[in-house]
Design a protein around this ligand. Structure first.
Ligand SMILES: [Zn+2]
Length: 371
C-alpha cells in the first residue's frame, strides 16, 4: 500500500466509517508535469530511477478539516531511497562531546530547582539555565548518548517528569490565580536538527500559567467544536479515520497512528483514551519508547516528542475527553546540514516525502511484536 493509492482504498470504505473519514479529511490528487532537457536526464535517472515518475509527479494533498493541519505528499519523493547516513560517524561526534559534558555531571555542572533535584532510576532533574517559561526544567538521563535508550527507560523519564510536575503544581498552588502554574507540557528534542543545542539526551518540562500553550489550546478548541457539531469525541474519530485507512495500531490501552497530515516526516501519535492524568505519563512513556525504538531501528537519528497534558487542577475551560497525547516526529539526518522546515512548513503546509504506509508497516513489525 502506498499513499498515492489512498483514494482507491477509500472507495472500498462505506457507511459510518467513511462518513467519519470524510468529515475529518479532505484529499486531493493531482499531477505536476515538467520537461527534462538532455543535460539533466542522466542525473535524474541516477537520482530517481524511472523518468516517467519525474516527468509526471503525483501529488497528494491531505487537509484535516477540523484542525486545518495539512500535508503535501509527493510520490516521487516517497519513492526515493532513504538516505543512508553514517551512524558510526555520528557515534564518534557524540562521544567527542562527552569530554566536558555538563549533563554527564548534573550535580556539579547544572543548576538545581529551588526545591532541589528529583532522582529517578535512570535520570535526574535540573533547572533550565535559560528558561522559556516561569517553570522550566530538564530531565537528564544518566546515559550520555542521546539515541541509546530502551522503552522502559523512557517510561522512567516520563515518570520523573510526572513527579516534577506534581511538585511544581503543589508548591505554587497559592497566590494570584492568574499566575499559578496550571498547564504542564513535556517535550524531547534529540540532536541538532530537532533544535537541541546539547548533545547529551534531555527532556524538557514546563508548566505555564494563564492558559495552555496556543497550539495545545487550539487543538482543545477544535476538539470541543467538533463534539458540539457532531456529538462525538474528536480524538476517537481521528483514531477511527486512521484505522479505516490502515494506519493505526491498538496496543493495550494505547492508540497509535501514523498521521495522514504529518507536521514533518513520519509523524506518529500515541493516545491514551480515557487517561488524562499525570499518573498515566509513565505508561505513555513506555509506548513512546517503543515508537522511538522502532523509528531508530529504521534510521531515525533526530526527533521531537511533544506531550499534550490536560491541566490536572481546576481551570475555567472544558478539557473533558482530551486524553494524554504524544506526538513524535522524525527530523531528518542528524549529520545533515539542511533544515527540514522552510517557508512552506512555517506559513503554508507541510511537505513530506516519507510514505505513512511504510512507517505503519515498520511500526507493526516492531511495536506490535513488543506488546
Ligand atoms: Zn553527557
Amino acid at each position: 500500500m502506498h499513499i498515492t493509492e489512498i483514494t482507491k482504498l477509500l472507495r472500498g470504505v462505506k457507511g459510518p466509517p467513511r462518513m467519519v473519514f470524510d468529515r475529518l479529511f479532505d484529499i486531493t490528487e493531482y499531477t505536476g508535469e515538467l520537461v527534462l532537457p538532455e543535460g539533466i536526464i542522466n542525473w535524474a535517472r541516477t537520482k530517481f530511477g524511472d523518468l516517467s515518475g519525474v516527468r509526471k509527479q503525483q501529488i497528494i494533498k491531505i487537509t484535516n478539516r477540523v484542525t486545518l493541519e495539512g500535508t503535501l505528499f509527493n510520490a516521487l519523493r516517497a519513492l526515493r531511497p532513504l538516505p543512508g547516513g553514517d551512524p558510526a560517524g555520528l557515534d564518534r561526534v557524540i562521544e567527542e562531546h562527552q569530554s566536558g559534558c555538563a549533563f554527564c555531571k548534573p550535580d556539579e555542572k547544572t543548576p538545581a530547582d529551588a526545591f532541589g533535584r528529583l532522582v529517578g532510576a535512570n535520570a535526574i532533574t535540573a533547572s533550565n539555565v535559560a528558561k522559556y517559561d516561569r517553570w522550566h526544567s530538564l530531565i537528564i538521563p544518566n546515559e550520555h548518548h542521546p539515541l541509546r535508550f530502551e522503552p522502559e527507560q523512557v517510561a522512567d523519564y516520563f515518570s520523573l517528569a510526572e513527579k516534577w510536575f506534581e511538585v511544581v503544581l503543589e508548591q505554587h498552588a497559592v497566590g494570584q490565580t492568574q499566575k499559578q502554574p496550571r498547564y504542564p507540557f513535556l517535550m524531547w528534542n534529540c540532536l541538532w536538527p530537532a533544535g537541541s543545542s546539547v548533545v547529551h539526551g534531555h527532556l524538557q518540562v514546563t508548566v505555564t500559567p494563564g492558559m495552555h500553550y496556543p497550539k495545545v489550546e487550539r487543538l482543545r478548541r477544535d476538539a470541543a467544536a467538533y463534539r458540539q457539531q457532531h456529538g462525538e469525541n474528536y480524538f476517537e474519530d481521528l483514531f477511527l479515520a486512521h484505522r479505516v485507512a490502515g494506519l493505526a495500531l491498538k496496543e493495550g490501552d494505547a492508540r497509535i497512528f501514523v498521521s495522514l497530515t504529518p507536521i514533518k516526516e513520519k509523524e506518529i501519535w500515541v493516545l491514551l483514551p480515557g487517561k488524562s492524568g499525570l499518573e498515566h505519563l509513565a505508561e505513555l512513556g513506555l509506548w513512546v519508547g517503543r515508537v522511538l525504538t522502532s523509528l531508530r531501528a529504521n534510521g531515525t537519528s533526530s526527533f521531537n516528542v511533544a506531550v499534550y497534558i490536560p491541566p490536572p487542577g481546576p481551570v475555567p475551560e472544558d478539557w473533558d475527553g482530551f486524553p494524554l497525547i504524544a506526538r513524535v516526529v522524525d527530523r531528518g539526518d542528524a549529520a545533515g546540514r539542511t533544515a527540514d522546515m522552510g517557508g512552506m512548513e512555517l506559513y503554508a503546509a507541510s511537505v513530506v516525502s516519507t510514505d505513512p504506509f511504510q512507517v505503519i508497516h515498520q511500526l507493526r513489525m516492531q511495536v506490535g511484536d513488543a506488546s
